[in-house]
Design a protein around this ligand. Structure first.
Ligand code: ADP
Length: 384
């Protein structure tokens, strides 16, 4: 198949920042790309050959969009899977497959999958609703504390709560959920794996999430992780086992906990480009976005090694500001060597909304980490 400067059309379900960064690669290769997203202000609306507005959970909308393209991928997991099943049955290549997406869309199913495939993960219990969970507390088959997670449609931690006592139950919505044992972790790690249609596999280095000591928010994604080589090897091996078990096509980002005893437990996966791989645009030989496109089109995968140390800082809306966004001090951070901001193109800021990210690259990790802190303390996402 000739994808380059041809009539071939790639479809992407979802037009957020991940779609926008995928479009930078399809533009580079001159591959026609169609995007479907519910928002008329989607970050991907300008870079696409054609942008369609529509509900990603609606069967007809997704099916009709699929009929316009020769290959379909996603940048968000919450899409209508029945439409993807039908399109796939009619011969359209869909990567990742609806089968993989079905296992991942529901956190309960995803956790069962790890247990069935002997992949280390925190013990969990599944509940059809909140009442069901409360009954388990009453008959003492579930105990405080635990981590509550809604089974579907949670994102960026908004469907996750630490429940320490009965008081914390009041705020929980009445939805299908899981209760997970709390992991006393010392690090959160991630590994991104690219797997092509023909089965070629390449692994990105292990990255580390550094948390704010009080706010419990990820502040920096650091590549390579500053961990023992043995722990990095173990994390990579486990991520590869997860990749084999899913048999996915495209990227698979595997999020893991490194426990106090240096065990590795899988937290969750995403079958697409991931926030933990944004550093790769500037720091790697081949970015995660380029490798996702290469993998789904069955092209040779690019080198996943890093050229330099890379750190990513998320740009989220400052608390207390809502409305037309302003990136205060952006010029100041751009004056520092090796600092590149990515602005996603969302006009309105809200507290904690992901508005962009900044990558810091440097030959030296200690220096990169210092600059990352300076960036974090300088730029502010506020409103007019
Ligand atoms: P999301 O899908 O919203 O990103 P995650 O399952 O990744 O949700 O959870 C969000 C955060 O909550 C994790 O990054 C981690 O800091 C914390 N967390 C999740 N599960 C556990 C657990 N079992 N023990 C301790 N902390 C957890």
């Amino acid at each position: 198949m000739n994808y380059f400067s041809s009539d071939f059309k790639l479809g992407i379900l979802g037009g957020g920042q991940l779609g926008k960064m995928l479009l930078a690669e399809t533009r580079k290769f001159d591959i026609q790309t169609y995007i479907l997203d519910p928002s008329k202000e989607a970050p991907s609306q300008f870079g696409a050959k054609q942008f369609f507005m529509g509900n990603l959970m609606d069967f007809d909308t997704v099916y009709e969009f699929g009929k316009r393209v020769q290959l379909l991928t996603i940048e968000i997991e919450n899409v209508n899977l029945d439409a993807l099943d039908t399109l796939e049955a009619e011969g359209l290549p869909v990567y990742p497959s609806p089968k993989t997406l079905r296992l991942i869309q529901n956190k309960g199913k995803q956790k069962d999958f790890y247990e069935d495939n002997s992949i280390p993960t925190a013990p969990h219990q599944r509940f059809v609703d909140l009442n069901n969970l409360k009954k388990s507390l009453e008959n003492e088959t579930l105990e405080f504390p635990f981590v509550w997670k809604c089974a579907q449609f949670g994102y960026d931690g908004n469907g996750v709560k630490i429940v320490r006592s009965a008081v914390d139950l009041v705020a929980l919505p009445d939805v299908e959920c899981i209760a997970e044992e709390m992991v006393p972790f010392k690090n959160e790690l991630a590994v991104i794996i690219a797997r092509s249609v023909s089965g070629e596999v390449k692994t990105y280095p292990v990255v580390e999430m550094e948390f704010h000591p009080e706010a419990n928010q990820v502040e920096y994604v650091i590549c390579p992780a500053r961990i023992d080589e043995k722990v990095a090897q173990k994390a990579t091996e486990i991520a590869l086992n997860v990749s084999k078990a899913f048999n996915h096509i495209g990227l698979l980002a595997v999020e893991m906990f490194q426990t106090k005893d240096d065990d590795i437990l899988v937290n969750e996966v995403a079958p697409r480009p991931h926030n933990s791989g944004h550093y790769s645009i500037e720091a790697s030989y081949t970015s995660q976005f380029e490798n996702h496109i290469r993998a789904i089109l069955n092209l040779p995968l690019g080198n996943t090694d890093s050229k330099v140390a890379g750190i990513m800082v998320n740009l989220v809306g400052e608390e207390g500001y809502a409305g037309q966004v302003v990136y205060e001090n952006i010029e100041k951070i751009m004056a520092i060597d090796g600092v590149t901001p990515h602005i996603y193109g969302k006009r309105e800021t809200r507290p904690f909304r992901k508005m962009g990210h900044v990558t810091i690259v440097n030959e030296n990790m200690t220096e990169a980490r210092k600059i990352a802190e300076e960036v974090k303390n300088t730029i502010r996402v506020i409103s007019i």
